[in-house]
Design a protein around this ligand. Structure first.
Ligand code: ZN
Length: 258
């Protein structure tokens, strides 16, 4: 799919001949990943991003916060931690292959889906012109009966969704942006990750090692890296089983145009 071209309004998940779902093989030419914290993208869709970039896509990464609350010691200097985590994320992003990395410096732990954040996202969307946005599923409050989804993850996902639709495409939303030359842009597809309702699985087998390399850059956040690798691999294996491949990322794909 090329920039500006709407995807077909078909179900996002093709079927294999035996009726089981087949891997999702569509690839956006340009995509933007929007997350709450440095490391969210690497725990999330990094292997998909690396897969798509390796086959010709251009990717951008946007972190709404710099993760300055991500430490156990209350004496930690938040500005120092923010700088450290931005550096970690930039190194990880270079491994995945993103062309652009942006930090919007919103407060970690207090991220709000407000007009100011949406305006910044709309500015980035209209400048980069992605055909797909990957973000955290904002509707998830709990995963199974074991995890509470971080408030920033929900806010980041909702801000990304609201920026894609309707704001980025609406000339009357933040009209000064259009006057600056940032014309409305239609993002036809959303890929929600960390979702409880997946409907598409991307085969990431070939790029999975790159995801692990990227994850290892988040040194400040990994207390037991071997365990992290173990469960990240197990998630990917479980996703892979859904579509008959070794390793996969799961998404809830929303065709905004359909
Ligand atoms: Zn996070």
């Amino acid at each position: 799919m090329t920039a500006g071209e709407a995807p077909e309004a078909a179900a996002p998940q093709p079927q294999a001949p035996d009726g089981a779902p087949a891997p999702h093989t569509e690839r956006p030419a340009r995509f933007m990943v929007v997350v709450a914290h440095p490391d969210d993208a690497d725990f999330g869709p990094a292997a998909t991003a690396a897969t798509w970039i390796a086959t010709g896509s251009v990717g951008a990464l946007v972190c709404l916060t710099s993760g300055e609350a991500g430490a156990d010691d209350h004496e930690t200097d938040p500005l120092h931690l923010a700088r450290l985590r931005e550096d970690e994320q930039r190194r990880a992003a270079a491994i995945v292959g993103y062309e652009e990395v942006h930090f919007l410096h919103q407060p970690d732990g207090a991220l709000a889906n407000d007009l100011a954040v949406r305006e910044q996202l709309v500015r980035l969307l209209r400048a980069f012109k992605p055909d797909a946005v990957l973000c955290q599923d904002p509707t998830v409050v709990f995963h199974d009966s074991r995890f509470v989804n971080h408030t920033d993850h929900r806010a980041a996902g909702m801000a990304a969704v609201d920026a894609v639709y309707p704001a980025a495409r609406n000339a009357m939303a933040f009209p000064h942006l259009a006057r600056e030359g940032l014309a409305p842009h239609v993002v036809p597809r959303l890929y929600l990750f960390a979702t409880n309702e997946p409907n598409a699985w991307v085969d990431t087998t070939a790029a999975f090692e790159r995801k692990l390399q990227a994850l290892h850059e988040h040194d400040s956040q990994l207390r037991e890296p071997e365990k992290v690798v173990e469960w990240v691999r197990r998630w990917a294996e479980e996703n892979g089983k859904r579509v008959g491949v070794a390793l996969a990322d799961a998404f809830r794909v929303i065709d905004v145009e359909a």
